[in-house]
Design a protein around this ligand. Structure first.
Ligand code: DC
Length: 222
């Protein structure tokens, strides 16, 4: 059995992880998993039930019974869901249930893909600590708030810069300070600060690193 290659990408919100992950997945022909969507789907389910995202039993049940279709819900993208996601993400039983989902995806990527690109907060540290292909993507908080504001505007949602910035600070604090699997750079991950880089540059820096680590370009793989 061939072992699937896993590219682990971690970092805070709106740093450019998703853009990079999708490009790498396309380039290598790997399956892509945005693990934030899993936490968002659990948070959304609790909001839809009129419940509190901090409710341990309800959140655990939602995580254990998560259906892949729940990841398609467009409401997962909004900020109310993002905030609920970062609340359910502090619950150990929720993380445990989602860990299994993520590790299954890494071990046997869908569509018989030869590998997986997985992005989140704890992929290089907890979900796939053994992979040699790790990236930590970050940017200044001002730049990330600016990008999020632009993205919201493009979706027709007017927001106030100060509010977006504050929400991002709150979420960073919750994600980095929680006891279990906090947002952290794995020691052996390459740090990419995208504050002053365009997506093309980020992609080429990532490719250089992955090839140095021994990940073969797609055409030379059997
Ligand atoms: O990447 P995102 O903004 O979609 O993530 C939403 C929330 O989910 C984030 O605030 C923290 C949580 N999360 C996590 O705890 N671990 C992950 N691997 C991915 C996301």
């Amino acid at each position: 059995m061939t072992v699937s290659a896993v590219i682990a990408i971690d970092g805070p919100a709106a740093a450019g992880k998703g853009t990079l992950a999708r490009r790498l997945a396309e380039y290598y022909g790997f399956a892509y998993l945005d693990t934030g969507l899993l936490y968002r789907a659990v948070g959304r389910r609790l909001l839809d039930q009129g419940g509190d995202p901090g409710h341990v039993e309800a959140a655990t049940e939602a995580a254990r019974s998560l259906a892949p279709e729940a990841l398609e819900n467009p409401a997962l993208r909004n900020d109310e869901t993002a905030s609920a996601a970062s609340q359910v993400a502090v619950i150990p039983q929720v993380r445990e249930a989602l860990l299994q989902f993520q590790q299954r995806f890494a071990a046997s990527p869908p569509g018989d893909a030869p590998g997986a690109v997985i992005d989140g907060r704890d992929i290089g540290t907890v979900v796939c600590p053994g992979t040699p292909y790790k990236l930590f993507v970050t940017a200044s908080i001002e730049e990330r708030a600016e990008r999020r504001l632009k993205e919201l505007r493009e979706r027709g949602i007017e927001s106030i810069h100060g509010r977006v910035l504050q929400e991002m600070k709150d979420r960073d604090a919750r994600d980095s300070q929680r006891d279990i699997a906090p947002l952290a750079k794995s020691e052996d991950a390459l740090l990419i600060d995208t504050t002053e880089m365009d997506p093309e540059k980020v992609f080429s820096v990532a490719l250089d690193h992955l090839s140095t680590q021994g990940l073969a370009p797609p055409q030379s793989r059997p």
